[in-house]
Design a binder for this molecule. Structure first.
Ligand SMILES: C[S@@+](CC[C@H](N)C(=O)[O-])C[C@H]1O[C@@H](n2cnc3c(N)ncnc32)[C@H](O)[C@@H]1O
Length: 283
């Protein structure tokens, strides 16, 4: 039987063709926390500890799965987001830390307001909609996605987290046919925004294992979803309502300009914790 340190070295060696050493260490840490309940700080203090055979087998099995390139969140079946665990599978985008920052921005802007009507467009696992619904007072949240399979996971996440969200399956590019005259205080979306050109620089485990319909847009129309959602917002946002987007960092200014061209008075770009332009607030 080995120590945690030895098994971690195993992870670094066996995953070296897919992940660099820091990524392999991070995956090991996530695995240790999920399988053994040991957090980062505890791990650093227990690296020399001998493992029992059950834990060692579990960590070795995880390593076998990881070496196929499958994301750890798909292997474990869940991913953390804004203080909760969300079920994920091959039909849902794995919630990203930068999207937590978008949720945080919205909550900071609206924390003292009650009875807000919200819509999350392209909800995936439901991470944005459920986090907002559960952190705002008496909110009324609608969440839409084109994928029935993603919505099935989102509904299960809402049930587990006791969030009442009205999930609807529809194509937002056809919103003129599918929406009535309902209006919202907050419209939020993290839509597909990665261009085919950017695809080549992406980690192959994202390319192979995450749904392409959640990620990619045609090279010739990178702002397709922003264009349609802005038009939707022009008719479905309440007079003092706010539209929030996660944005493509390379198209931040273009996305802002598009909003101003559509007639919105204000469009403010926000950077994430890594100083990357990542969010846009439009009102
Ligand atoms: C980038 S993912 C965001 C998922 C989730 N909101 C998150 O932040 O993790 C984009 C989502 O938009 C959905 N989507 C793609 N095309 C759509 C369309 N035409 N209408 C509605 N939803 C769409 C995808 O199925 C996917 O779940």
């Amino acid at each position: 039987m080995g120590t945690l340190l030895q098994i971690r070295q195993n992870y670094i060696d066996k995953l070296s063709s897919i992940y660099d050493a820091e990524e392999a260490k991070a995956l090991f840490q996530i695995g240790v926390e999920a399988l053994m309940g040991i957090n980062k700080l505890q791990l650093s203090l227990q690296l020399q500890n001998q493992l029992n055979s059950v834990d060692e087998t579990a960590l070795q099995d995880l390593l076998v799965d990881l070496s196929t390139g499958k994301p750890i969140q798909h292997i474990l079946g869940h991913a953390p987001f804004y203080g909760a665990e969300f079920l994920v599978n091959a039909h849902t985008l794995i919630p990203r830390p930068e999207t937590e920052e978008l949720v945080d921005l919205i909550l900071r802007d609206h924390q003292n307001q009650e009875n807000l009507r919200l819509i999350d467009i392209g909800t995936g696992s439901g991470c944005i909609a459920i986090s907002l619904q559960n952190n705002l007072k008496n909110a009324n949240t609608v969440a839409v996605d084109i994928s029935q399979d993603a919505l099935a996971i989102a509904r299960e996440n809402a049930k587990r987290q006791k969030a009442t969200v009205d999930f609807r399956c529809l194509d937002i590019l056809e919103w003129e046919l599918t929406f009535g005259d309902e209006t919202y205080d907050i419209i939020v979306s993290n839509p597909p925004y990665i261009t085919e050109e950017e695809m080549s620089s992406m980690h192959h485990n994202v390319l192979q294992h995450e749904p392409h319909s959640a990620l990619f847009v045609p090279q010739e129309a990178p702002l397709l979803f922003y264009d349609y959602i802005a038009d939707f917002a022009l008719t479905h946002l309440k007079p003092n309502g706010h539209l929030y987007f996660e944005i493509n960092q390379y198209l931040a200014q273009e996305t802002k300009d598009l909003m101003l061209k559509k007639g919105f008075k204000n469009a403010v770009i926000f950077e994430d914790i890594n100083a990357v332009p990542r969010m846009l607030k439009v009102y």
